[in-house]
Design a protein around this ligand. Structure first.
Ligand code: ZN
Ligand code: ZN
Length: 427
């Protein structure tokens, strides 16, 4: 037997409803904010990620699944979702729709990373991209969507952290200040940070290693270097979040180490998940479209890790009850012809009732047990005598009542009975 590779996992039938749930809420909410879905390929030319994600990042340096196809092209399984969206945006000239482009995606991403709880080599993200709007209103709206999504799933212990990393005008002075601050102690930096110090000093602020973290405690903060426009943009973004009651905290250590990231960066953290506590990370990247070969275009978005969202929901105890597998179970007693079982099942299914069929010849007791395991609200019991009168016995498992109903009105009885329960439950 061959088992699955390390760092990936199966979503089995008794678990997939959880995934469907978080995906459905994502689709529904993204739609309310005016986003439509985009589906880009799982693999792209390697060069796309080198240009968009950045050569000096951990992702490109050591985490990509890169392979040559049979004609020798270098292809890479997407390690994140933004690059493919930017590529599609440019390839199909989507900026022509009035200068504004909004899309969301849901799907698997791939990184060769050390597997641990909440971190896998194939993981799933819900993300949004908004191109063409420079105003802080876009920053606040994008953050609001990420935050409301997690709230809608029942999560309450959320922390939103925001920061501004400036723009190409004001950031160079900050980078010089960081290099100046870290150089005297560069022998204490980790190997990655020491190597990248001059090309990408912001990365040191992002480093999770203890030695680097200690050094960054007294590092200069970007907010002391922001130009007037960046300062104003950040202040407005924070004010807008306050206006709609989204609590946030400024974190000077929150950065993205790439040149095309500008101004707003944010993260939504679920603290009790420990090392994997970041559920949603995003920000503004006004230089990205240009870095991928397009016209200068403002952009803002986020990526949200669904594995971690599910872990956080389990931790907070807000995972909903699994839905019943079927609405109705068709059982047969005695010498009922198999055709009749299938006919009644098909009648129910065509009317929109999810139905499972009992096996001919099984005892009623074992069929009832199976109906119970499936969570069926209704059991339709076919018997020779009743069928002769064109009736069946209908058992309502919710209230434990059983009565004889005509076959002709079976569907209506079930649909009306199911509706009345839904109303009683307020749904
Ligand atoms: Zn600036
Ligand atoms: Zn480091």
């Amino acid at each position: 037997m061959v088992s699955s590779p390390r760092g990936v996992f199966d979503i089995l039938p008794d678990q997939s409803w959880k995934w469907q749930h978080v995906e459905e809420v994502a689709r529904e909410l993204a739609g309310r904010y005016g986003y439509r879905e985009i589906r880009t390929p799982i693999f792209e030319h390697t060069e796309l990620f080198v240009r968009s994600v950045g050569e000096t990042t951990d992702i490109v340096e050591k985490e990509m699944y890169t392979f040559s196809d049979r004609s020798g092209r270098s292809l890479t399984l997407r390690p994140e979702g933004t690059a493919g969206v930017v590529r599609a945006y440019l390839q199909h000239s989507l900026h022509k729709g009035g200068g504004r482009f909004k899309a969301y995606y849901i799907g698997p991403m791939f990184r060769y990373d050390r597997p641990q709880a909440g971190r896998y080599r194939q993981f799933h993200q819900f993300g949004i991209e908004l191109f063409g709007v420079a105003d802080p209103l876009a920053d606040a709206e994008v953050i609001a969507l990420g935050y409301r999504y997690l709230q809608r799933l029942g999560l309450r212990k959320l922390q939103l952290e925001v920061n501004s990393i400036g723009c190409p005008r004001c950031r160079p002075a900050y980078r010089r200040a960081l290099v100046a601050a870290f150089t005297p102690a560069s022998d204490q930096l980790c190997a990655d940070c020491a190597r990248r110090l001059h090309r990408n000093p912001l990365r040191v602020l992002d480093c999770k290693r203890r030695a680097c973290r200690r050094l960054t405690e007294r590092a200069p903060a970007m907010r002391d270097f922001l130009c007037d426009q960046c300062r104003e943009h950040f202040a407005t973004t924070c004010r807008l979040l306050e206006a709609v009651g989204i609590p946030h905290r400024v974190n000077d250590r929150l950065v993205r180490g790439l040149d095309y990231y500008t101004r707003t960066v944010f993260e939504i953290v679920y603290p009790s998940l420990g090392a994997q506590s970041s559920l949603c990370a995003g920000g503004r990247y006004d230089g990205l479209v240009e870095a991928c070969g397009g016209e200068p275009t403002p952009g803002v978005g986020f990526g949200l890790g669904l594995e971690r969202v599910l872990l956080a929901m389990e931790k907070e105890g807000v995972m909903p009850q699994p839905p019943p597998q079927v609405d109705a179970f068709v059982a047969a007693v005695g010498e009922v012809r198999t055709e009749r079982i299938l006919e009644v099942g098909e009648m129910l299914r065509q009317a929109g009732v999810a139905a499972e069929l009992g096996e001919p010849g099984r005892s009623l007791k074992s069929q009832m047990r199976r109906a119970d395991r499936l969570g069926a609200r209704w059991v339709v019991i076919l018997g020779e005598e009743e069928l002769g009168r064109e009736t069946v016995s209908l058992r309502d498992m919710l209230i434990g009542e059983q009565r004889e109903v005509p076959l002709a009105t079976l569907v209506r009885t079930i649909l009306e009975g199911s509706d009345s329960r839904r109303e009683a439950n307020g749904g």
